[in-house]
Design a protein around this ligand. Structure first.
Ligand code: MD6
Ligand code: FE
Length: 214
């Protein structure tokens, strides 16, 4: 619980019923994850997708796994091919699968089997406005979210867009597992502050593992 290993805060924190922050849970796999992210990006490059409302997202995105999340003028959805290439998304690397499964287990979701991983890349200034994740088929599955590189401030609200938000700093190696009663809570990322990280340079990567399709 409240351990400080060598000055590293690895305290876990319940953010809401069903949502837990596993501090530094991914730290020992971070280098392998970043190397696999590079491999995925060379097969399925990052792109700035357009929302149905016509806004270009400031976050660069790609996917791996059986399904990938996409948005364009027609809407938000999961699909099993990359719209840039028409090819299937790259397979989910084994280190990603095992990390997501282990984190979900630790958080009390022993049956989680991800079929989609959305890869988000933020540069300083990039942000993610408040939103709900509701394009998945079955909300009984949690989402596992991994932060790598530059720090960010995560905003976490409630079931209504108008609910008050709390702010959580997320750093390299942090994992949020999120399901149950808070699965549809509004959340977002404040504009990233300027900086450089020894592992990622001027960038933050976020991996969100989902069960998109039954
Ligand atoms: C991010 N994350 O951390 C954006 N969604 O860059 C999300 O939008 C998110 O972290 C659902 C569950 C966990 C998340
Ligand atoms: Fe989200």
């Amino acid at each position: 619980m409240d351990d400080l290993f060598g000055g590293l805060d690895t305290t876990n924190e319940e953010m809401a019923d069903g949502a837990v922050l596993l501090r530094r849970f991914a730290l020992d796999k971070a280098d392998d994850l970043l190397s696999d992210i590079g491999t995925v990006m060379s097969a399925a490059p990052l792109r700035h997708m357009v929302t149905p409302g016509g806004f270009t997202m400031s976050v660069g995105m790609t996917n791996c796994g059986q399904f990938g999340w996409v948005t364009d003028r027609r809407g938000y959805r999961y699909q099993n091919t990359d719209p840039l290439s028409g090819q299937p998304w790259p397979a989910m690397p084994e280190v990603m699968v095992s990390l997501a499964v282990d984190a979900a287990k630790q958080a009390g979701y022993p049956d989680f089997k991800p079929d989609a991983c959305l890869i988000n890349r933020y540069e300083p200034g990039a942000k993610m406005s408040l939103h709900q994740d509701k394009d998945e088929k079955d909300f009984s599955n949690p989402i596992v979210s991994v932060s790598l590189g530059l720090p960010a401030t995560f905003q976490f609200g409630g079931l209504s867009r108008k609910d008050a938000v709390r702010k959580y700093p997320l750093v390299h190696g942090d994992v949020v597992v999120w399901g149950g009663p808070s699965r549809l809570f509004y959340h977002g990322i404040l504009p990233l502050k300027e900086g450089t990280h020894e592992k990622t340079g001027r960038a933050r990567f976020n991996l969100t593992f989902r069960r998109a399709v039954l």
